[in-house]
Design a binder for this molecule. Structure first.
Ligand code: C5P
Length: 418
């Protein structure tokens, strides 16, 4: 997507430089417009280096931009070419002055001209001193912007650069990035309520040991994150997952931490029943967890000691199949059940068997090499008119895969609800 990032002249302007990095990391194009006062805080050189486009600072003197022909053609009207180029416009930080200019529809500088000339959605992240923020003039302006459906992100509360304490701090770039992802919605889903399981369950043997597998939970985290960005209400029931992966998720996602397969099943059932009672049924269940097929039959209260004959025999009991159990206990065709099949041999054959045996609506087959990998190839399989249909999901990073996965689930869900 093409973003125009307008940087206003506030002390927090330095944080916008990090936001450029975050936007670029998500494969977006970013052209930066610096207001006159922003030039006091950040330099065009930093902006150029990070965004890979020259900084735009002046209504009359556009920088040489070799990337876009339109700019060269409309050399003296670059506010128009920039306005047309943008899919989204964000102002970070938005000062009290900028907010006032926006509210009045003023067009005295390049940024305000672009905004008036563009049909792109606009979002602002205000930052200013607490008293300036609370001033009725600013609050009136903010209300005006809200009425025009302009997104307002923050400001946060806390210690301010001026030493005052209160509302007016710029949101952290990571939080702004989350808001952006939510705002630009990668897909328009056909369902609104989702439970997803993720991570590798741990089946304890004794107080220090457990049986588990190598799954990182990254795929489940990516799906939960993208689903939330698409406006879906998400509950994530997860086995132990690295803390920094969980921290990527917004607080609006309900997270339930469990350890074993039995706990995962119980929590999933509880959430589904609760949602039914509240007339807000779980429409889709995605079993993304790497559930241990077996658990130790007996848990040793004390640490198991070495044996004398170099041999230790463990007795294992089969765990319940969570997704199969959910798929066998649907009510009014809900929830739609999508599972995963990780296979080291006969990938498609085995995935087909699981699709049938577990009574799934959709299964995503991935080879064992995808475990813990940043990129993986996935094949989707489902039944349609007594035939198994198959579709390759392009080899991509997990967030891109998550978009394709949710798109397919959304399509299949819609068809099956007809
Ligand atoms: O049988 P297998 O473990 O390969 O099946 C994988 C799919 O089934 C995944 O979607 C996984 O989350 C789900 N599963 C489950 N409960 C189990 C085992 C697997 O829900 N006990």
């Amino acid at each position: 997507m093409n973003f125009i990032l307008g940087i206003g002249g506030g002390i927090s302007a330095y944080k916008s430089l990090w936001l450029i990095r975050l936007l670029k990391k998500q494969q977006h194009q970013v052209k930066v417009v610096l207001t006159q006062s922003a030039l006091e805080f950040v330099t065009p050189v930093s902006v150029h280096a990070l965004s890979e486009y020259p900084a735009y600072t002046d209504l009359w003197n556009p920088p040489q931009d070799n990337h876009t022909k339109a700019d060269a053609q409309e050399h003296n009207m670059h506010h128009i070419s920039l306005a047309k180029w943008a899919d989204f416009i964000i102002i970070v930080p938005a000062t009290a002055n900028r907010i006032s200019l926006l509210a009045q529809g003023e067009c005295q500088d390049l940024l305000s001209n672009i905004i008036l000339a563009s049909k792109a959605p606009l979002a602002i992240a205000p930052a200013m001193n607490v008293t300036m923020w609370n001033n009725p003039a600013t609050q009136d302006n903010i209300n005006t912007l809200k009425k025009r459906s302009i997104e307002i992100w923050g400001p946060d509360s806390g210690l301010q650069a001026c030493g005052d304490v209160g509302q007016g701090r710029l949101l952290e770039p990571e939080e702004i990035m989350q808001k952006i992802q939510h705002w630009i919605r990668p897909i328009e889903p056909s369902f609104k309520h989702l439970i997803i399981t993720a991570g590798a369950t741990q089946e304890p043997l004794d107080p220090v040991r457990y049986i588990s597998n190598h799954s990182s939970g990254k795929m489940g985290i990516a799906i939960a994150k993208i689903a939330y960005q698409c406006g879906i209400q998400v509950t994530l029931i997860h086995a132990p997952i690295e803390q920094n992966l969980l921290q990527e998720l917004p607080s609006e996602i309900k997270k339930i931490a469990i350890t074993t397969a039995e706990q995962m099943l119980q929590q999933t059932q509880t959430e589904i029943t609760k949602a039914r009672k509240q007339n807000n049924p779980i429409e889709v269940f995605i079993g993304c967890a790497a559930v241990a097929d077996y658990r130790p039959t007996n848990y040793n209260q004390n640490k198991i000691k070495k044996t004398n004959d170099n041999l230790l025999t463990l007795q294992l009991t089969e765990n319940p199949d969570i997704i199969q159990s959910i798929a066998s206990n649907k009510k009014d065709k809900l929830p739609f059940c999508a599972g995963f099949a990780l296979e080291s041999e006969e990938l498609i054959n085995n995935a087909q068997k699981k699709l049938k045996n577990k009574k799934l609506d959709l299964i995503f087959a991935n080879p064992v090499e995808s475990m813990n990998a940043e990129k993986s190839t996935i094949t989707a399989l489902w039944n349609s008119q007594n035939q198994v249909k198959q579709q390759e999901i392009p080899h991509n990073d997990k967030e891109q895969n998550a978009i394709h996965i949710l798109e397919l689930i959304s399509q299949r869900y819609k068809e099956l609800q007809k």
